[in-house]
Design a protein around this ligand. Structure first.
Ligand SMILES: *[C@@H]1O[C@H](CO)[C@@H](O)[C@H](O)[C@H]1NC(C)=O
Ligand SMILES: *[C@@H]1O[C@H](CO)[C@@H](O)[C@H](O)[C@H]1NC(C)=O
Ligand SMILES: *[C@@H]1O[C@H](CO)[C@@H](O)[C@H](O)[C@H]1NC(C)=O
Ligand SMILES: *[C@@H]1O[C@H](CO)[C@@H](O)[C@H](O)[C@H]1NC(C)=O
Length: 433
């Protein structure tokens, strides 16, 4: 561990200097204070890109851009090789930075993937820039493998993969399906969608990739149909079997639940399965209710699942970007018109509740069955540019239900464009499979 870190650090310093030298040469010593700051904060590739942009503007035709470009590309490769091979036990996926790759291309587009919901098809819905598709998550210490669709399908051969949770989890599911489906001929694949269970199947691989809708994981009166008024939602924090019976026999389960607990209201809960009656509920602080609900889920997993047969993942909270003051943005705009990630290392906005994260960590920490976290919170925190914003179309009620705090411009700063940030969540899942 220490040696790899040391190697990475050694590789970094001379490279930074060389990039600066190249920039300095190219622009005859024009270096802005911003670039100096970029040296420590922003991605290498971006620095070089901005170098060239300024170079063309400042020095005009006297700069031989192609030659320098080649050199920088080589350096970039060297830099990558300094990093350790990915090992899920050692590499921290939370520590890294977003690097802009102008030639980066997602594996699918919202026109090419037939299964994408309109709600997340930002480009189709008129998003003018596609930059949010070109940022790549680069780890500080290790090389995160790219999502390889053929390898992913091979890993799923004869298996059932299921995502269970809320609409953010549905986004992750759609992203996964879209990243593999184009490899399969149309006679070999099928998609069956319904309100609570949707299944993508491939015959050749004898595999399925499913999504199960259970926004609280535990039962509530707002599962199907959804109750838009958070005040009228009543949970059954100790009941889960209605949902969980659909999870039995699945080989790889990926759960999430967070944003539905954060309506700002107390959580109303009933105990036991009393048919019909919704009287006599108790009102609980969200963190308290979340802990009880997660324990119900954890107990079910521990008593039903076998580590030999099932792998269980938990996707940590997906950050929202409704308060532009979190990143000193324009007031009241939320994530609207954002086209770049936050570059400040360790940025953490008001949309992610650390208390809730601690609840998840402590409940899962006490489980018998090992549950792997897809800890996507920090990397997604940076991506204020990745949300569907005003580029969504939807008749789906949960959209408005999850969006209690709709900013003036009706920007959706909860859900993510696809292709986009959830592709990286799946890149992490892929590297763990
Ligand atoms: C940029 O993206 C392209 C296409 O996906 C890829 O081949 C290339 O390796 C990427 N560059 C870097 C520096 O990661
Ligand atoms: C398909 O996979 C299931 C497990 O998901 C297994 O029980 C079944 O035997 C497999 N069928 C074939 C034809 O391989
Ligand atoms: C689980 O796997 C271990 C080692 O492979 C084996 O000893 C054990 O019997 C298995 N348990 C079950 C319930 O399959
Ligand atoms: C996820 O990562 C963050 C740091 O980015 C950390 O604070 C948090 O405890 C992690 N969550 C879990 C459940 O491990």
């Amino acid at each position: 561990m220490d040696t790899t870190k040391g190697a990475a650090a050694r590789g970094r310093t001379p490279l930074s200097i060389m990039v600066v030298v190249i920039c300095a040469l190219a622009f005859a010593g024009i270096l802005f204070t911003e670039d100096l700051r970029a040296l420590t904060g922003t991605p290498m590739l971006k620095l070089t890109v901005s170098c060239f942009k300024q170079g063309t503007a400042a020095a005009g035709s006297t700069v031989h851009v192609p030659a320098e470009k080649e050199e920088v590309a080589d350096l970039e490769d060297d830099y990558k090789e300094e990093k350790a091979k990915f090992d899920p036990g050692r590499c921290r996926v939370t520590e890294g930075k977003w690097v802009f790759n102008s030639s980066g291309r997602p594996l699918y587009s919202d026109s090419s993937c037939p299964y994408l919901d309109k709600a997340v098809s930002c480009m189709k819905n008129g998003r003018p820039d596609g930059d949010h598709q070109k940022w790549e998550w680069q780890l500080d210490d290790c090389n995160l493998p790219r999502f390889d669709p053929a390898v992913a399908l091979e890993k799923l051969r004869g298996k059932r993969l299921m995502f269970a949770g809320d609409s953010l989890q549905r986004g992750q599911w759609l992203s996964f399906v879209c990243m593999v489906e184009f490899l399969l001929p149309s006679h070999d694949k099928s998609m069956k969608r319904s309100r609570s269970l949707s299944i993508f199947t491939t015959k050749e691989y004898n595999a399925s990739i499913a999504f199960y809708w259970a926004p609280f994981l535990v039962e509530s009166n707002s599962d199907v149909p959804i109750i838009a008024d958070a005040n009228k939602r009543i949970l059954r924090l100790d009941s889960i079997s209605k949902h969980a019976k659909h999870w039995s026999g699945v080989d790889i389960l990926v759960f999430n639940t967070y944003v539905w607990w954060m309506s700002g209201q107390k959580i109303k809960s009933l105990w036991g399965s009393f048919p019909g009656g919704e009287e006599g509920y108790e009102e609980l602080d969200p963190a308290v209710a979340y802990r009880i609900g997660l324990r119900t889920w954890a107990n079910w997993v521990d008593s039903t699942m076998h580590p030999n047969q099932t792998r269980v993942f938990f996707t940590t909270m997906s950050p929202t970007h409704m308060r532009s003051s979190d990143w000193y943005g324009k007031k009241g705009m939320g994530c609207h018109r954002e086209t770049k990630p936050v570059m400040e290392k360790g940025h953490w906005g008001s949309g992610s509740d650390r208390r809730m994260m601690e609840v998840v960590a402590s409940v899962v920490g006490r489980m018998r069955l090992p549950v792997a976290f897809l800890n996507i919170t920090q990397l997604s925190e940076y991506r204020k540019d990745g949300h569907t914003s005003v580029y969504y179309k939807s008749q789906e009620r949960e959209h408005s239900a999850e969006q209690k705090e709709v900013p003036r411009r009706h920007a959706d700063c909860i859900h993510w464009c696809l292709p986009g940030v959830p592709d990286t969540w799946n890149r992490i899942l892929f590297s763990y499979l």
